[in-house]
Design a protein around this ligand. Structure first.
Ligand SMILES: [Zn+2]
Ligand SMILES: [Zn+2]
Length: 415
């Protein structure tokens, strides 16, 4: 009989809400190991047992090929001398536990833009999530804007009131499914729904699309707050948005359907393309084409235009159905914070928006869009928000004294 050994592991970093437990499950079962994995406090813990060579390989690979959204800071391994997993007991994702109040940072992952697999499903008429705006999986979707606490479980997110339907529950429990333990998992029959003045789902989206197509301004409830959306090619409409929002000249960000559409509006070099297409989906400051289909009122007095690609299923649907670049800007007046509460948004945006495209999931945390600029291959972060925050920024070298960093003038950042 081959020699058997066991290993305990703890993984620190941004490892919850990024598909890490499913990844460990695949790694362990692929090597034929018994054991378990769980979210504990702010990190991931577990144990494996099996053939010594397979256990050793597990220890070497753990964290090395982690999911794209994970940020592994440390992997701690030790021999599992007490209660090693029994032979043939299989591998399980155990219920989360609050853990001890250790010193390890509790890292809540930022939101991630709709991944390529979900995008393919979103526009596949045969898929049960066809045109479902809240589509997500373990590799994409809302995180910081829905998580209320760690350990990362549905019960600790704003999705807890949406009870999984049988089909979603099957996906959630199936280790082979790409939505295995995807906590914000949702579908048209059990997840959040769009609404617009008494209309629901497709009818609500259709009403918003019609208003925008006719030159109107729509308030859209996004992930991290309300946004104001209108046709970026319509000079009269953008001018009216400036008047109503009391924002005379500061440029508006423009959302384009994909990289090809962005290239019609601005020159996009290699680094900029990577930024546009990344899960962060920041607003990227680019040199606008001359002439450009974008209305001059979008970025008056500057050749720079801030472009970004759709961040959620809802934005993909809006861009697809309208087939034109859209101004997507924070839903507020002048320097007020972006609105997140439904009643507050109605009050604040009543005189600005011609209609409200909303949904029934509360917004846990306020997030504006991130803004970046590439200078050659160097990336300058102008505003660190959705998609980047609240992920910690590692210091280039350890601090020898306790430090506090506070910035910036209008958007607060504390470290
Ligand atoms: Zn996805
Ligand atoms: Zn469902």
């Amino acid at each position: 009989m081959p020699e058997r050994s066991a290993l305990r592991f703890t993984v620190l970093g941004t490892v919850q809400g990024v598909g890490f437990r499913p990844y460990v499950h695949r790694l362990a079962t692929g090597l034929g190991l018994d054991g378990w994995v769980a979210n504990t406090g702010g990190h991931v813990e577990g144990a494996v047992a099996g053939r010594s060579d397979a256990v050793a390989r597990f220890g070497r690979r753990l964290g090395a090929d982690a999911p794209v959204l994970a940020r592994v800071r440390q992997v701690l391994l030790s021999a599992a001398s007490t209660h090693p997993p029994a032979p043939g007991s299989g591998f399980a994702v155990r219920p989360s536990s609050p853990g001890l109040n250790g010193t390890a940072a509790r890292e809540i992952p930022p939101d991630a833009a709709t991944c390529a697999d979900c995008l393919q499903e979103l526009f596949n008429p045969g898929n049960r999530r066809y045109r479902y705006p809240f589509i997500n999986c373990t590799n994409c979707g809302p995180r910081a804007t829905v998580i209320e606490d760690l350990p990362y479980d549905r019960a600790h997110t704003t999705m807890r009131d949406f009870r999984l339907c049988p089909a979603c529950a099957d996906e959630y429990r199936d280790p082979a499914d790409r939505r295995f333990h995807a906590e914000p998992l949702a579908c048209p029959s059990c997840g959040p729904q769009l609404s617009w003045n008494g209309l629901e789902a497709e009818a609500a989206l259709g009403a918003a699309v019609t208003v925008i197509r006719r030159g109107g301004i729509v308030a859209v409830k996004g992930l991290g707050g309300y946004q104001l959306v209108c046709d970026a090619t319509d000079q009269a409409c953008v001018t009216e948005l400036r008047r109503r929002k009391r924002r005379p000249s500061k440029p508006f960000a423009v959302m384009a359907q994909d990289v090809a559409a962005a290239r019609q509006l601005a020159s996009v070099w290699k680094t900029e393309r990577r930024l546009l297409d990344s899960p962060v989906r920041p607003v990227v400051l680019l040199h606008a084409r001359v002439p450009s289909p974008i209305a001059p009122a979008v970025h008056p007095g500057t050749h720079r235009v801030g472009l970004f690609l759709p961040t959620t299923g809802l934005h993909h649907l809006l861009l697809h159905d309208l087939a034109r670049p859209l101004v997507v800007t924070s839903g507020n007046i002048a320097d007020e914070p972006i609105a997140t509460d439904d009643a507050e948004a109605r009050l604040q945006l009543d005189g600005i928006a011609d209609g409200f495209l909303i949904h029934d999931r509360p917004i846990r945390a306020r997030y504006d869009d991130s803004v970046v600029q590439a200078v050659g291959r160097t990336v300058i972060t102008v505003r660190r928000a959705r998609g980047l925050a609240p992920a910690p920024m590692p210091l280039p070298r350890p601090a020898t004294i306790p430090l506090v960093a506070v910035g910036a003038q209008l958007k607060h950042t504390f470290a």
